[in-house]
Write a new protein. Structure first.
Lengths: 276, 335
């Protein structure tokens, strides 16, 4: 009897989970479907789900009208650059906080997180002015630095919780076994921390890739990444839903594929420390 | 060689002095056990010898050479941790090889020592597994293997058996004792379990609050505990400590009688009388916990297995006069 209830419950849970998953995924699915419609079908009422004339024409037009590759390249540089720079800063910071904590370590961590509570628009004006002053508006390097700073608290927190899981006794054992600090880092710490570093890297890359507020406000042409590419299809010439959808699909495709192949890492990284 | 001397060693964490000035000599080849209740500083003392903690003042000498400021790796000591502290991303073979690799030992020699250690510790079939695929006892053996291959001046064990189940613990205890006889190397072993201390040690160091209460062989500690703390800590079940008028009759502030030194008789024939509270039948022995003697809350008696008294029965007790320990008001032994 108890078993029957359990199976039923499982079925309900599975159904609910799928339903929620579909609701979340639906906008993306709709965008992808719309990108294969003609403009007329895209705004047809009632909306057409699958029974439309599939066409690739939107993709051709989008590709023709704007240089997709340039936007893609900017996205790669900005997301990749800010991630690498962030790791260079965050790894030593998280090491020291995890393994040689001081009395203020907790305060520093909380303070770092508190910067994320500030709405980004609150510092737009000063940062915009600084960029003008330094002559780095619409500049990829400036965006790399800004996005690195924006995501740094999250990277440090993730790495910190990850490093904390490495038992101190293992490091002490390495010290007893004759490992120097360099060897301890190279043979013991890094191999044990690689999954954590990888999932942190991945999440940060996705966050930086999807970042729109700063990229839209601080770029025009030269440094504009894919988020700006999508935005350029939204307003002035009226609404071209099919083309906008095609642009969006092209913009999210690389990160979607990356995310799909690294699901396991991502989930592990995001839930790390949650279950203790 | 592995003669370790601590001279006026102290350790403080911030303002808290956990080890007041302490002197101790551990002779070469000796199996020394540090024993004491949790928080008595025994693990800290071991970590000071290992070099994992810096001493606050004093000197540590290993084989006559000052090792106070020598890094752990250069002290020539190997340590086995309570959590085993194996490298989870390496195979058993690589775990055991790690200290030799760090020492830059030649590969053929490494392999020879790994094979020898694996054979001695029954690990030959597991050399290519990861620590995560091993049982607790096997992991402990790997940790010991990793320590052996270095041929250290001394082994340091930090409560190595406390994560194992009772049956395995008895087995590993004997394996470590055999290992000591075979290698004849100095071993320092930390435990809170006085049975481990009694069964394995050449020399026991009883610690309380960072202070050495007594140093001696297991039987010395058993037969002539220096004070009431050692008297109560060494021996199982614990020694009965009795104060008041009964102690004064013997010219002492406190007297101590071990449970095995009290004979059980009928209630009317006993020097002391009481009623049986709990009777624990172990088969070979029976432990009686006696209430209402007017001497202490409970008196524990170890009687032969076939002696039969039940809960609530009146019972008579005859302590063996020549085996009564006497202590003064400071808790120190009176000879």
């Amino acid at each position: 009897m108890a078993r029957a209830v359990k199976t039923q419950r499982k079925l309900i849970n599975t159904a609910v989970a799928w339903a929620i998953g579909l609701v979340i995924f639906f906008p993306i699915l709709w965008t992808i479907l719309t990108s294969f419609k003609t403009e007329a079908q895209a705004i047809a009422s009632p909306p057409i789900f699958l029974g439309f004339d599939w066409t690739l024409e939107n993709y051709a037009i989008v590709q023709e009208r704007s240089d997709y590759m340039r936007f893609l390249w900017n996205s790669v540089i900005i997301a990749g650059g800010s991630t690498l720079l962030g790791l260079i800063v965050a790894v030593p910071a998280a090491w020291s906080m995890a393994f040689v904590p001081s009395k203020r370590t907790k305060d520093i961590l909380l303070w770092m997180l508190s910067t994320k509570m500030l709405p980004a628009v609150g510092v737009l004006y000063p940062i915009y002015l600084i960029c003008i002053e330094l002559g780095v508006l619409d500049n990829r390097v400036a965006l790399v630095v800004i996005l690195m700073l924006i995501n740094l608290p999250i990277i440090v927190w993730m790495l910190y919780t990850y490093f904390r899981e490495i038992p101190g006794e293992i490091l002490e054992a390495a010290r007893m076994d004759g490992a120097t600090l360099k060897e301890e880092l190279l043979y013991i710490l890094t191999p044990m921390a690689i999954p954590g570093i990888a999932s942190t890297m991945l999440l940060n890359f996705i966050l930086a890739w999807n970042e729109a507020f700063w990229t839209l406000n601080l770029t025009a042409v030269d440094a504009a990444p894919l988020t700006a590419f999508i935005a350029s299809y939204s307003s002035p010439e009226g609404l071209f839903f099919a083309k906008l959808s095609a642009a969006s699909t092209m913009a999210i495709a690389p990160i979607l594929i990356l995310g799909w192949f690294s699901q396991k890492q991502l989930v592990r990284g995001l839930t790390f420390g949650a279950v203790k | 060689m592995g003669r370790i001397q601590l001279k006026q060693v102290t350790k403080s964490f911030g303002d808290v002095e956990v080890i007041p000035p302490l002197d101790l000599t551990i002779e070469d080849g000796e199996f020394t056990v540090f024993v004491g209740p949790s928080g008595c500083g025994k693990s800290t003392l071991l970590r000071l010898i290992a070099g994992l903690e810096d001493i606050t003042s004093g000197h540590i000498e290993i084989d006559g050479k000052d090792a106070t400021d020598v890094v752990p790796a250069k002290r020539g000591l190997a340590m086995v941790f309570q959590s085993y502290a194996l490298y989870p991303h390496m195979s058993v073979r690589k775990n055991i090889a790690f200290p030799m690799k760090m020492a830059g030992m030649d590969k053929a020699e490494q392999d020879r020592r790994i094979e020898a250690a694996a054979k001695a510790l029954n690990l030959t079939d597991y050399l290519d597994r990861r620590p995560g695929q091993l049982s607790g006892g096997q992991r402990q053996r790997v940790a010991i293997g990793r320590a052996i291959v270095r041929e250290p001046a001394a082994f340091l064990f930090d409560e190595p058996l406390s994560n194992l189940d009772a049956a395995l613990r008895v087995g590993m205890r004997m394996e470590i004792s055999e290992l000591h006889k075979k290698l004849d190397t100095t071993m320092i072993y930390v435990t809170h379990d006085q049975v481990e201390a009694m069964t394995m040690a050449d020399k026991i160091v009883v610690l309380q609050a960072g202070v050495i209460e007594q140093v001696g062989s297991p039987l010395e500690l058993y037969h002539s505990p220096r004070n009431t703390f050692v008297a109560g800590f060494i021996g199982s079940p614990k020694m009965n400590l009795i104060g008041g008028a009964e102690a004064q009759k013997h010219g002492a502030h406190t007297i101590g009688v071990r449970p095995e030194h009290i004979d059980v008789v009928d209630a009317d024939a006993g020097e002391w009388t009481g009623t049986v509270g709990v009777a624990e039948h172990l088969g070979s022995d029976t432990f009686f916990h006696i209430n209402g003697t007017g001497l202490a809350d409970t008196i524990t008696v170890r009687a032969p297995g076939e002696v039969s008294f039940n809960h609530g029965d009146p019972i008579g007790l005859n302590p063996r006069a020549e085996l009564i320990h006497k202590f003064d008001a400071q808790g120190l032994r009176i000879e």
